[in-house]
Design a protein around this ligand. Sequence first.
Ligand SMILES: [Zn+2]
Ligand SMILES: [Zn+2]
Length: 781
Amino acid sequence: MVPFGKSKMYTALVLGVHQIPPQLYEAKAIHQIVDEEPLVNAIQFKHWQWIADYYMCSLGEVYRGAMPTAFLLESETILNFKRESVVDVAQLTDDEYLIFEALQNQSSIKLQDAEAILNKKRVFPVIQRLLQKNVLHLHEEVQERYKPKLVKYIRLHEVYMQQEQLMALLQDLKGNKQKEAILMYFQLQARERKPIAASVLKETAAVSDAVLKSLVEKGIFETYSIQEERVNFEDNQENYQIVLSTAQQAAFDDVNREFLSKDVVLLHGITGSGKTEIYIKLIEDTIAQGKQVLYLLPEIALTTQLVTRLTRYFGNKVSVFHSKYSNNERVEVWNNLLKQSENAQIVIGARSALFLPFSNLGLLLVDEEHEQTFKQQDPAPRYHARDAAIVLAQFHQAKTLLGSATPSLETYYNAKNNKYGLVTLAERFGKTPLPEVVLVDLKEAYFRKCMKGHFSVQLIDAIAEALALNEQVIVFQNRRGFAPVLECITCGHIPQCTNCNVSLTYHKFKNQLRCHYCGYTIAKPTSCHACSSSDLSTKGFGTEQIEMELTSLFPERKIKRMDQDTTRGKYSFEKLIDQFKNREIDILVGTQMLAKGLDFDNVSLVGILNADSLLYHPDFRAFERSFQMMTQVAGRAGRSEKQGKVIIQTYNPMHNTIQQVTHNSYTEMFKEQLYDRQIYKYPPFFRLIRLTLKHRDFDKLKESSLWLYQVLKQQIASPVLGPEEPAINKIRNEYIRTILIKIPAQQSVLSTKKTIQKVLDSFDSVAQYRPVKVTVNVDFY
Ligand SMILES: [Zn+2]
Ligand SMILES: [Zn+2]
């Protein structure tokens, strides 16, 4: 712990110790050593340094993102309102007033909050003036944020362990309840043969706190505390055998063979081919060698299903780590890894699990490796967990297995070029055929009036047929809300967000217009804000509207929606999944959440309402992603004996990507897209670095981004593009410009990054540009 200024305290990690005094400043004394044993090991430091270098951020930013916040001890400056002072509001500037106003509502705020309120980095001058004006006072506090969980246990005093004393005691005791408690204590002890928690005794003996308390006061019972783990998976290891099918066994053998010569192997197994069983066998072999396993998943929500399966097989050797865990829970998993305890041999987690203190990794699994969620966008470090996992594996001399039914283009390219091993599993488990894909031409369907709302008659009939057979249906629409646009028929006005340059999405259930970028909401207007006409109409459609249409088409059926709006609570996603699995829901409507590796055995039909909305995105990966998303959603159909059916509604049935999905032709998609990537200078042939500039002042931003662009263009030989205004050029009141740098794959990225950093440093030294925020995103896609 090191003091800064008069009273501010920071904690830091000791990276190295040396004896060379700094020349430009005087070194501070260390105030206190917080931990006796290091919290971080040498491999972690090496890995964090790699992340900082590769993704162009500071080691401190990696440290901040890597450690559970409970470890990031620091004193916090708290601003307190001075209740006794009389404030003349007229004397306050705008900024001062904003802080004053916030203090009216909250009585104390943190320094960071003040930064957020004023939307600036330098808030101290404002605070200083408020101090002078006697509006507030400051105070500092250092808090230990981790609190161990203590459980109270109870035991009989030594004296009464002797028969005579005990008999005498039982005779002396007046209260019947007290006697019962003591007798129950003996019963429990004989049965459980382990320490008895006070709460357990209280419950089984059905006595009150007061009874136990008086027994303790009399010196008959003693209490003591034991520190416990918050997350304890029940050791429900069963005699559970996994028998691989012939195809799975062959794939398992191939993976092991590839590992002999390659450090990274791609397992390309079609949807429903049973990749998880292969993973489990590989994990078993790894922990048998005394090594650790890290199993990365793209989505936290998927961990519940997986943990159940893994604990059945591996018992309590499994730990889970992700951001929905509380601070204290995360600290405990961290400590278990430090101690190399038995329950930390297999760690399942989302991308942040990469940062845990592993000491002896043998295998890293990255399931659904194509998923976008493996890439962290904000804040720094903006790392890609799959790529960072491969590097971490190198440091541990471990192996990495990437798994997907629809691999990312880059990974498949590496596999095809022998950089990675490639194992293909092209047979579904149980030999169920892949679902049949049927295309519905929307243009024709509308022309022939074969549409009811957004559903073609063909899709409605298929749904009715599936439901009649007691099978379940999934309907996919990758847009939430009711309608993306509310338009005035008279003047064409569309309500926009006041903070962002986007139209507001109509949410019918809450009768609101909402911004999906900043959360701004207004009540749905009854008349146009521009011309007062009451003739308003909606354009486009989202999941909410589809759910409503289905409810009127199938009023008897149970229909539920799964999107960001219905899965906000901690367990709401799991609840929906369970209900659907238990067949309490007939039709599930949802966004891309549905595409992510969920297994349902009774779904025979999947409907994709509007494939075109996926295809036409201003993104070089739009076709690849559309293919992946449609193939993954389609893969939810027909996963037990029966062949499933997928109906795709589209205006472009002959579009190459749609055809590739229909024929399940990953290699066709790969070839076509790879060709485009080469022509248009995209990955894997070029590496992309994107700089994003943000500022509230449009002109200042324009000028500074042009300056940055011109200097970069002079200094870098690779193509520099921009400065471009993105389609949404204003978010949360800040205007946005981007600059794109394309580096040929064979050229040194390192030297280009150094040049970029140098240019950014000189940008920062220009006084009028300094307030412009610049973020660097390496491999931003
Ligand atoms: Zn109007
Ligand atoms: Zn907004």
